[in-house]
Design a protein around this ligand. Sequence first.
Ligand code: PEP
Length: 252
Amino acid sequence: MSQRTPIFAANWKMQKTAGQAEAFVEAFLPLVADAEVDIVLAPPFTALDRAGRALGGSRVVLAAQNVNPEEKGAFTGEIAPAMLVDLGCRYAIVGHSERRALYGESSELVARKAAALLAADLLPIVCVGETLEEHEAGRTLDVVGNQLDESLAQVPEARAAEVVVAYEPVWAIGTGKTATPEIAQGVHRSIREWLCNRFGEAGQAIRLQYGGSVKPENVAELMAQTDIDGALVGGASLEPDRFAKIVHFDRA
Ligand code: PEP
């Protein structure tokens, strides 16, 4: 594990009503009261307010699962960065593979979202990752390199350390298949090299999350890798005790 503060983020996707999110927070906070890592919850937009109120001033912070890069205007159904700030968000996830695959989001759009978040003093969690087909064709590093080139194109060097990059091999998301710690570390090392080439010394400060079927049973071996600084967690983040075990990875 690195000197960077570990960061664990729960991506609940389209799950949990506001009341269910509040109940999660009430059960979860006592379980992580002594955790010395950064903990982020990303409920659906509709649960941000209730979850945020339940979090109060705790060390667990809120994230949105998406954002529109514009400040305001005729964008039906969309949410602007300032609206997330208003609800107490600290982070927003951008470029999740489900948004790329199901809603046609390009890395160019992800770049605009990341820039808009930084401009609003929100911290972007920028997701990258290859599909199974790309993985099997040995194209992982090309694909991830291109996604980084394009998705981080508008991040100035002075703000780079505020960005979190989540490497999520698409074939490992929600499938129960995890990249082995060695495979994950290999890609994370390449991402780190890319970040240092692009941002200089700040590249060392950027936290890299692994995502893809992370659970209490496999988190410790992933976190033992030099360039894995945390996890973006879907399924295993939906239950307070399972996500708390991930957060306490050194005791899992
Ligand atoms: C995700 O949603 O980003 C994710 C990694 O999901 P899961 O942990 O369920 O694979």
